[in-house]
Design a protein around this ligand. Structure first.
Ligand SMILES: O=c1ccn([C@@H]2O[C@H](COP(=O)(O)O)[C@@H](O)[C@H]2O)c(=O)[nH]1
Length: 313
């Protein structure tokens, strides 16, 4: 390990906070996050086999086409893991290419476990020394938001971020995420009945609060799906105290449109980062066609004037 690096993370160079880096990248390129989801049908369309070599070529070609044209990419970890150790190695290479090309990365891994195991997940996705390190990782809060503390702490230490699932884009989620809960998942300093999803947001806000009070940015963002039609501002969630980014999957293949986002996220501040995977990737494999599709979607998203700085700032 390099002299001066932290024993846990190997960190030896200052990196600006993830929210600040995301805000700058969105300002430069637009808010679109391109999901790198190498589904079998897309692999075939791009001329690749459904194997480890295929997902590696797919991911690296996508990164090469998108570098300098979008702010952030989001590899779907499951679609690499399905190919075993070769698929994980492929993901490492895709992440390395993205890093070298200056693209921000969100590993969509949806990890969550008891604290001691969470420490290992945190090191896998957020430590400088890990070959799988991304700029941010998605986390599941259903073992309790508090169990995610090792990831929040390491993200803050290494200038990385986490996106905690609050209101996901799938219809089945409502039974859990819209249930009323007595602070079980939320900020103990602010007790009361609220939706589970709001409790997740409030706990993330609490995790960011101390750093925000000190003039910095916290590591915690949330996932709020783009689907759900016109259920009002952020689908009923109050994000005003979050002081963090919002990842918004569901554009395109799941049916959400930029107009839906305009109705749900157009007030307040951001950054709000809508993400599309299957639909935008189907514009490939021609790099120019893929870039044109991103440019058009980013143009439509920019026109919505979505929040661009930390929500709650
Ligand atoms: O609430 C959520 C959280 C994550 N996802 C992930 O995003 C992409 C969506 O892919 P599309 O092809 O654009 O539908 C996928 O990797 C999901 O696992 C989500 O959809 N919803």
């Amino acid at each position: 390990m390099t002299a001066g690096a932290s024993a846990a993370t190997g960190r030896n160079a200052a990196r600006a906070a993830f929210t600040d880096r995301l805000t700058a990248a969105v300002g430069a390129h637009g808010p679109l996050c391109v999901g790198i989801d190498p589904h079998p049908g897309l692999l075939a369309r791009w001329g690749h086999e459904d194997d480890a070599a295929g997902v590696e070529r797919f991911g690296r070609d996508a990164v090469a086409a998108l570098a300098g044209h979008v702010a952030v990419v989001k590899p779907q970890v499951a679609l690499f893991e399905v190919h075993g150790s070769g698929g994980v190695r492929a993901l490492e290479r895709v992440l390395a290419d993205a890093r070298d090309a200056g693209l921000l990365t969100i590993a969509d891994a949806k990890r969550g476990d008891i604290g001691s195991t969470m420490t290992a997940y945190a090191r896998a996705w957020l430590a400088d020394t890990s070959p799988l390190a991304a700029d941010a990782v998605t986390l599941s809060p259903y073992l309790g938001v508090g169990s995610l503390t090792p990831a929040l702490d390491l993200a803050a230490e290494t200038g990385r971020g986490v996106f905690v699932l609050a209101r996901t884009s799938n219809a089945e989620a409502a039974a859990v995420q819209s249930a009323q809960s007595w602070t079980a998942l939320s900020d103990p300093s602010s007790p009361g009945m609220r939706e589970v999803a709001q409790g997740v947001v409030d706990a993330c806000a609490a995790a960011n609060a101390a750093r925000v009070r000190a003039g910095g940015s916290g590591p915690a963002g949330v996932v709020v799906g783009a689907t759900g039609g016109t259920t009002g501002r952020a689908h009923g969630l109050d994000l005003t105290r979050l002081h963090g980014p919002v990842l918004v999957p569901g554009l395109g293949a799941q049916g959400a449109t930029p107009d839906d986002l305009a109705r749900t996220f157009a007030d307040g501040t951001g950054p709000v980062v809508p993400s599309s995977s299957r639909e935008i990737l189907s514009a490939g494999p021609d790099p120019e066609a893929l870039r044109d599709a991103c440019l058009a979607l980013n143009g439509a998203l920019r026109a919505l004037a979505l929040p661009a700085g930390p929500i709650g700032a």
